[in-house]
Design a protein around this ligand. Sequence first.
Ligand code: ATP
Ligand code: MG
Length: 447
Amino acid sequence: MQSDNLSSIQTSLRVIPRDQHNVSRKEISPNALRVLYRLRDSGFGAYLVGGAVRDILVGGHPKDFDVATDATPEQVKGLFRNCRLIGRRFRLAHVVYGREIIEVATFRANIDDGSGDRETDTGGRLVRDNVYGSIEDDAVRRDFTANALYYAVEDFSVRDYVGGFEDVQNRLMRLIGDPVTRYREDPVRMLRAVRLAAKLDFEIEAATAAPIPQLAPLLAEAAPARLFEECLKLFLSGHAVQSFLGLERYGLLGALLPESAKALKSNRSGALRRMLLEGLKGTDTRVANDEPVSPAFLFALLLWPAYCRELMSLQAQGTHTVEAQRRAADRVTLHQLSMIALPRRFSLPMQEIWLLQSRFQQRQRKRVMRLLSHPRFRAAFDFLCLRTAASEEHMADVEFWFEAQQHPDAIAHQEANQHSDDGEEGGDERAPRKRRRRRRGAPVAEG
Ligand code: ATP
Ligand code: MG
């Protein structure tokens, strides 16, 4: 017996012949084609499936190619010397060509046959599924109709069991089956809906979108490591602005980044939101230009509203500025980590980017030189530039540090003379004690 939800889904096969679709072998990696042909020549069904078919249909150029087949993983392994089997819960074959890996999955069913191979926990969340099935089973256990299209190498047709072809033509993300049940099985599908709609410039179909705001809190049950991965895909794939707007629109932002969402809400001027969007726009531009993007900078940006809010509240309670900065950084990180598993190699530089912000107001020669040679200077300076998008207030700092990078010695001398004793607090532990002046309650400006 199949799971109630999936077994109730009617499938009807529509075959779209080669002359009625644009999936061309030119768009498919030669290695993926090699795998498809070898499977077919050995008498197995072999299909390109999932994101690659969907992306080619909308004119995109997929980077990875997934293959679905009726051959078992062991049979796949028998056909390819360069194949290794991975996964315990569900075995997959990876056929390895240098740096390219073609993932070959045996048709999978979501079967509840009493064997315990498919289990849901009390909330309806899927915890195990481990049974092979037919191509129809495989289609209906996928998330969106657009992701359940099969390109058959035997006749170059596209096979559609759930109406995905039409949905792609109409640019719609539509869940297969009952949306509430499918989100309860796997809440990350809510993020996938937003992310794929942003990436493909699709709308989320009405019934698929409707339950999201109410079910958004279920995200708290998702595995933190998976949410981290999903965040990287949401924000570092070149569609960060659209993804962010989608998260806001469907009430997912408060579930994913609760502290920042609260801070954005209470920031009446909208300056923090402007800064965030400006930063995400910059990220998208970098991705489009093939420039590197860093998770540390991304999370510094996403959690900056939360950091500012926490900092202001600590300072309002009378915590000394330097101490407040450190504590705010720690608290925000700790809070957010319980939900999204941001590895330390990213959370530490993220905190550094925050803590360096207050040091941009310090103009004494020694401190200028020290900050210029800080390993995180460049990221922190870029961050400072973004803050000017939210408020003009930091313009003078940006100008000073821009010059300082061009002519470090000249600027440092000149400024050192002008501000011979304006040592401002700013988290510089190495500065001599007597030069420190106490400045209580001075808030870090919004943005
Ligand atoms: P992209 O690669 O652009 O992120 P994708 O759709 O290829 O998008 P993957 O995570 O690579 O996403 O997943 C490959 C395929 O596996 C999907 O197209 C879909 O058919 C299926 N799939 C992925 N995640 C889920 C899920 N949470 N529930 C059901 N099916 C899923
Ligand atoms: Mg993919």
